[in-house]
Design a protein around this ligand. Structure first.
Ligand code: ZN
Length: 198
């Protein structure tokens, strides 16, 4: 699995020109058909997504090309999940968050629990990203009263900001950028660590 831009045309163009690299061996990825289409729940209603597949020219492994707006095995857009995580970290309860987002409370609770279980892992990974991309502009003051979840979200936001500065770009969605930095694993099982940075 590889997180790619939320732009099917761009992904197909990058595949065709060999710009996408294999997450396993850094080899060149080539087009390999499509995965089944998905429906995603976004802030603006349901969205139909075509998900491409690729095969590595060197190691032969196939990789699904997951648009940055998706989280693997989740039916909701990363912006929706991110808003819930931020609201929960700020102290809002599951039920009001769920009501506001039009999602079941159990779903929101599931996201928060999963993110919380990975908070230390995410914090460490986000720190590595921040150090990798920061040019001394972003400063994180450790807050001794912050929970691991609050700390993870704060450093993740700073890391995304550092990436934007590093590449002199402005992400269309900070959450999509943060999710891509985490290889789409924000809500993965704790047994699924973050990959090392290049
Ligand atoms: Zn490969």
């Amino acid at each position: 699995m590889l997180i790619v831009a939320d732009d099917t045309n761009r992904t197909e163009r990058e595949l065709a020109t060999g710009e996408l690299t294999c997450p396993d061996c850094r080899g060149q990825l080539r087009p390999w058909g499509h995965a089944r289409p998905r429906w995603l729940r976004t802030h603006d209603g349901r969205r139909h997504l075509r998900v491409g597949r690729s095969r590595c020219r060197d190691c032969g492994r196939t990789h699904v090309l997951v648009p940055g707006v998706m989280l693997p095995r989740r039916a909701d857009a990363v912006e929706v999940v991110g808003e819930a995580l931020a609201a929960s970290a700020a102290g809002e309860g599951y039920r009001p968050i769920a009501a506001r987002l039009g999602r079941p409370a159990a779903t929101v609770r599931g996201w928060v629990r999963r993110f919380t279980a990975r908070a230390q892992l995410t914090l460490q990974h986000a720190m590595r990203c921040l150090i990798r991309f920061d040019h001394g502009v972003v400063r994180i003051e450790p807050d001794p009263t912050a929970t691991p979840t609050q700390a993870a979200l704060a450093v993740l936001g700073a890391a995304a900001e550092a990436v934007e500065r590093h590449f002199a770009v402005s992400a269309r969605s900070r959450w999509q950028l943060a999710s891509a930095l985490c290889s789409g694993r924000l809500l993965a099982n704790t047994s699924c660590p973050y990959p090392p940075l290049e």
